[in-house]
Design a protein around this ligand. Structure first.
Ligand code: NAG
Ligand code: NAG
Ligand code: NAG
Ligand code: NAG
Ligand code: NAG
Length: 510
């Protein structure tokens, strides 16, 4: 299933209206044959179902009795027969446990910031249609159901897994997601520049476009990327499972016993900055050891060798991990930060939805873009000299990733983002003619291999039984300024230490 809208799928949608009545003898005869086939299929299904019940009676029924949770697995058998989405999934929330109410992590507050451009004007249909220029699909939610209008093909299956994520959100919080229409772009870099839409007269109205990353000069609204539900092309499991694997992996080698170098593995050809980084490798420079071990990830070779070298949980054997952007932000960010080893974070240009919740020296060690090798060497040496502080930074980012970014919060972030976005809409969402309804079955039942497995593994099998976290209020402008000032100060501090260190080194060698 390389594409969500494979021809198979399309033709099925086109075929559906053609089940009409015709009353000549041949069709009556055909109908009788069809009826006979139908009855035998039905009998076959009943047998299979009873078998299934026998096979699985142990687990789900036990769960049902003890936890009183009704489980809704994928209904591919039914989907294959009827090609219609199941109607038995709950559409409202009942008996939500309110005792565990808590406030969402601070990075949720940036949702207000991302939507600030529309706070005065609201979002009009015209604005949404301008965003279409860059979108891969229009996502429509009406009465708790998900529809999609597709415009163009995305890289790999980013669109499929992104839509899958929204579909799971609807399963987790049935009846809680408001009606809306939004444009989603699955490419890497932000598209709409703020200046272009605010400095120009007459003001054309800023287009709201959902993306995986943005930068401070763009309007684009950040949303979780596809990999939270799995990245089949690189064998990256759904986030919930990855988090568990990394937690286990972290226990294998204690921080002090890890190799006292900085590690990176990736594709250096996607940006000049990465090409620069590779120059810092131990083998690439004469006489200088920059304290880094860098490896080129060849995804094509990896896929031929069962991804042996790309297991995230096996990569936590170095004391320091390097994060560097690629063509834009890199999906590896969250995996690298989860290792219990301090992340040497090469000053980024882009941000993801969670990155703004972290601070230099608290969650990561900032690395300059210019003179990267010197900056890395200093960081590694400083960490090896100040082991308890280094460990503290590594643990803080792991804690942030494991706790503030657990899958429950990813869904809560999406819920609050969509809720706040929908509040701004100035028009009534409607269904375009060529939109199709999506349900988990229509996405997963045609998929195979890793695509199918990752969808089954990330399927939300029943509605949440607790309320989502409470959305924190917007930051006031002075607090935002203080946050940015604090980050700048921490970065300046590191740069000062670093400059002083290199001044002393040069003195020694003169
Ligand atoms: C549904 O049909 C597809 C192909 O038509 C098949 O690959 C798949 O195994 C079927 N699923 C079930 C549960 O029968
Ligand atoms: C970096 O150095 C290590 C250790 O010598 C080596 O195994 C690796 O292949 C080098 N990486 C690159 C990209 O040259
Ligand atoms: C391909 O991967 C295998 C196993 O990970 C490794 O032994 C081999 O050296 C790699 N080949 C190339 C050309 O990178
Ligand atoms: C680490 O400690 C050594 C020995 O005390 C010292 O020479 C070196 O400058 C220190 N490096 C850093 C970055 O603190
Ligand atoms: C900025 O840093 C100061 C001192 O470290 C701290 O007291 C303050 O709470 C920080 N402000 C913000 C908004 O993080």
């Amino acid at each position: 299933m390389k594409d969500l809208y494979k021809d198979k799928c399309k033709s099925i949608y086109r075929l559906r209206p053609s089940f009409g009545h015709r009353n000549n003898a041949i069709t009556i005869c055909m109908s009788l044959v069809l009826a006979a086939v139908f009855v035998s299929i039905l009998m076959f299904l009943m047998v299979v179902c009873s078998l299934n019940l026998h096979m699985f009676s142990g687990q789900p029924i036990l769960k049902f009795q003890t936890k009183k949770i009704h489980d809704f697995p994928l209904e591919c058998l039914a989907w294959n027969q009827t090609l219609s989405c199941p109607k038995n999934y709950p559409t409202t929330h009942k008996n939500l446990d309110r005792s565990l109410a808590n406030t969402c992590p601070d990075y949720f507050r940036w949702i207000h910031e991302d939507l600030r451009h529309w706070r005065e004007t609201g979002i009009t249909r015209d604005m949404v249609e301008v965003a279409k220029r860059s979108a891969h699909f229009r996502l429509i939610i009406l009465d708790g159901k998900l529809y999609v209008e597709k415009f163009r093909k995305s890289i790999q299956t980013r669109d499929l897994f992104t839509l899958w994520g929204f579909q799971q959100l609807l399963r987790l919080y049935p009846g809680m997601i408001p009606d809306l229409e939004l444009m989603f772009d699955c490419d890497d870099r932000p598209v709409f520049n703020i200046k272009q839409y605010f400095k120009r007269r007459p003001n054309p109205g800023p287009p709201p476009l959902f993306k995986y990353c943005s930068d401070p000069w763009s309007l684009d609204i950040v949303s979780p990327d596809w990999s939270f539900w799995g990245w089949a092309e690189t064998n990256q499991k759904p986030w919930e499972m990855t988090l568990k694997d990394i937690k286990q992996g972290n226990k294998r080698v204690k921080w002090k016993d890890r190799l006292p170098f900085a590690y990176w593995r990736g594709n250096p050809t996607v940006s000049p900055l990465r090409a620069d980084l590779i120059k810092c490798n131990v083998t690439n420079t004469h006489n200088v050891d920059w304290g880094t071990h860098l490896f080129i990830q060849d995804w094509i070779n990896e896929s031929g060798h069962g991804y042996k070298n790309s297991n995230i949980e096996d990569q936590c054997t170095y004391r320091y991990k390097i994060y560097i952007e690629g063509w834009s932000w890199s999906v590896s960010e969250k995996y690298i930060l989860a290792c219990d080893s301090p992340t040497l974070y090469i000053t980024p240009h882009y941000y993801t939805f969670f990155a703004r919740g972290m601070a230099p020296l608290e969650h990561f060690w900032p690395i300059r873009v210019t003179n990267m090798c010197r900056s890395l060497k200093f960081a590694v040496e400083w960490g090896n000299n100040h082991t308890s502080k280094a460990q503290e930074i590594g643990e803080a980012s792991s804690k942030f990733i494991q706790e503030d970014m657990k899958m429950d919060y990813i869904y809560d972030y999406m819920l609050h983002l969509l809720t706040e976005y929908a509040k701004l809409l100035k028009f009534k969402p409607t269904l375009p003619l060529n939109a199709i309804e999506l349900c988990s079955e229509s996405m997963a039942c045609f998929a195979d291999g890793k695509w199918r497995k990752f969808m089954e593994d990330s399927l939300v099998r029943y509605p949440a039984n607790t309320i989502p976290c409470t959305m924190p209020p917007p930051y006031d402008p002075s607090t935002i300024k203080a946050i940015i000032d604090n980050k700048t100060r921490a970065i300046k501090q590191v740069e000062m230490w670093e400059d002083e260190y290199w001044r002393n080194q040069n003195l020694k060698h003169d």
